[in-house]
Design a protein around this ligand. Structure first.
Ligand code: UGA
Length: 455
């Protein structure tokens, strides 16, 4: 089947590569000509395990094409995916200008029937706006062409996106039109996704608004689990309990489950913070106060300050007014990305921490297996930032070690080296990667999340 994808960001590129991998003829379109030129040469703009080989293989097989020509893109696919960004507006609501611009492009160039599929995470009701935008362009052109607008949200996780796309838990498709058109659109979507449903049916058909809300409900539920656990961790600290034992105790109940109950220094990334804010904003516009979601967000904002608070507690200063206590101190940061297996630093807890450390006059020596270039891009000229080539070199002449992202390579560090290099012999572990007693047995002070105070 011939498919066009607008937007070669995370979602668009992974979806395009995976659809090409199963044999569809995919054309990916982006207005960024530089990006398209590089993609044509197989140069991937993001770090995502497993993506580069399938992009290259499918460029070679001819199944994956790239263009920055909208007319060519529209004429290619019977199915037209919109997978462009929806960055948050100032009030937290999703900015739809790019989505609507694609709708307009499709209607400008289409000359036969199209199925327009919204893959971007968009507020409930956006399909109606896309339909209206496309229809007004067609009216302006004075042409009568049938088209459908449907919703097919994505559930990819950065770092595991190719696997999630090739082996989805579910494929949500929201279609509104009744009668013959609906049947035709359903059949096309079944055919498109048939290669991903070989063992059992994974497509869940529903109406468009329910599909749009499903995406937000899923992310908000996951964000809620995390904020809930962070709240429990803060309570655990105060009552003298260990959140890691509590986590195992509750996760063993299958109704709760082990996933997404890891406490830490706050959730980040391009999805949870944005989607929680957007649903709060949608609810507000409709006169409903989304109290749980507001709390989820507030707890997360507070949690992103947690590492700095632990540091201040250790050095005996007030986090709101640390004075000169931290001035000149050197903090090693292991991990900059918002989570492992990505180079993405959007809304990453490392950013909150670094900015607080710099404001207090401290220095940062940071190492991340993938996010160094991204850090350089964001904070290149920042005084007090040194990007180091290895985890060990980042320890050199440091006063304290802070673990911000749980990369596998930080799991079994050389504690003797840490003790030798880190002057104040203390680890602030924002991801509970280590057992406090094991670290303390080596003579190193340890602070974790929800695990009591350092000894
Ligand atoms: C998330 C969802 O998991 C995907 O299903 C969804 O498709 C995607 O958003 C999206 O909307 O595009 P992603 O943001 O890539 O995926 O990352 P996650 O693995 O969900 O992690 C998000 C954040 O939660 C990270 O900062 C992570 O460190 C944090 N987290 C996760 C915790 O603090 N504790 C946990 O137990 C799990």
């Amino acid at each position: 089947m011939k498919v066009t994808i607008f937007g070669t960001g995370y979602v668009g590129l992974v979806t395009g590569a995976c659809l090409a991998e199963v044999g569809h003829q995919v054309m990916c379109m982006d207005v960024d000509t530089h990006k398209i030129d590089r993609l044509k040469d197989g140069i991937i703009p993001i770090y995502e395990p497993g993506l580069e080989p399938i992009v290259k293989a499918n460029i070679d097989s001819g199944n994956l094409l790239f263009t920055s020509n909208a007319e060519e893109a529209v004429s290619h696919g019977q199915v037209q995916f919109i997978a462009v960004g929806t960055p948050p507006d100032e009030d937290g609501s999703a900015d739809l200008q790019y989505v609507l611009a694609v709708a307009e492009s499709i209607a400008t160039y289409m000359s036969d029937e199209k199925i327009i599929v919204n893959k971007s995470t968009v507020p409930v009701g956006t399909a109606d706006k896309v339909r209206a935008k496309a229809q007004s362009k067609l009216d302006e052109r004075r042409v009568h062409l049938p088209f459908s607008v449907i919703s097919n949200p994505e559930f990819l996780k950065e770092g595991a996106a190719v696997n999630d796309c090739m082996r989805p838990d579910r494929i949500v498709v929201g279609i509104d039109r009744e009668g013959e058109t609906r049947g035709k659109v359903e059949a096309t979507m079944r055919e498109l996704y048939a290669p991903f449903c070989r063992n059992h049916e994974k497509i869940i058909f529903m109406d468009v608004r329910s599909a749009e809300l499903t995406k937000y409900a899923a992310n908000c539920m996951l964000a809620t689990k995390i904020s809930f656990m962070n709240e429990m961790a803060n309570i655990a600290e105060r009552v003298g309990a260990d959140i890691e034992q509590v986590r195992q105790g509750i996760g063993s109940d299958p109704r709760i489950g082990y996933q997404f109950i890891y406490p830490g220094c706050g959730y980040g990334g391009s999805c949870f913070p944005k989607d929680v804010k957007a649903l709060i904003s949608t609810s507000k516009q409709l006169g409903y106060k989304a109290e749980i979601l507001e709390s989820v967000e507030n707890v997360n904002d507070r949690q992103k300050h947690k590492l700095f608070e632990m540091i201040c507690q250790h050095y005996g200063c007030d986090p709101k007014n640390p004075g000169d206590t931290l001035r000149g101190k050197v903090f090693t940061l292991w991990g900059l990305a918002f989570k492992p297996k990505t180079d993405d630093m959007r809304e990453a807890p490392s950013r909150t921490l670094m900015e607080q450390l710099w404001a207090a006059g401290a220095k940062v020596q940071a190492y991340d297996p993938e996010a160094m270039d991204e850090c350089e891009r964001i904070y290149g000229n920042q005084d007090g930032l040194h990007l180091m080539g290895t985890p060990a070199s980042a320890l050199h002449n440091a006063d304290a070690l802070v673990i911000v992202t749980e990369w596998q390579s930080f799991r079994a560090p050389d504690f003797n080296l840490i003790k030798e290099q880190v002057a104040d012999q203390v680890i602030f572990d924002g991801r509970n990667m280590h057992e406090p007693s094991q670290v303390m047995d080596k003579g190193i002070g340890y602070y974790g999340i929800g695990r009591g105070k350092a000894i």
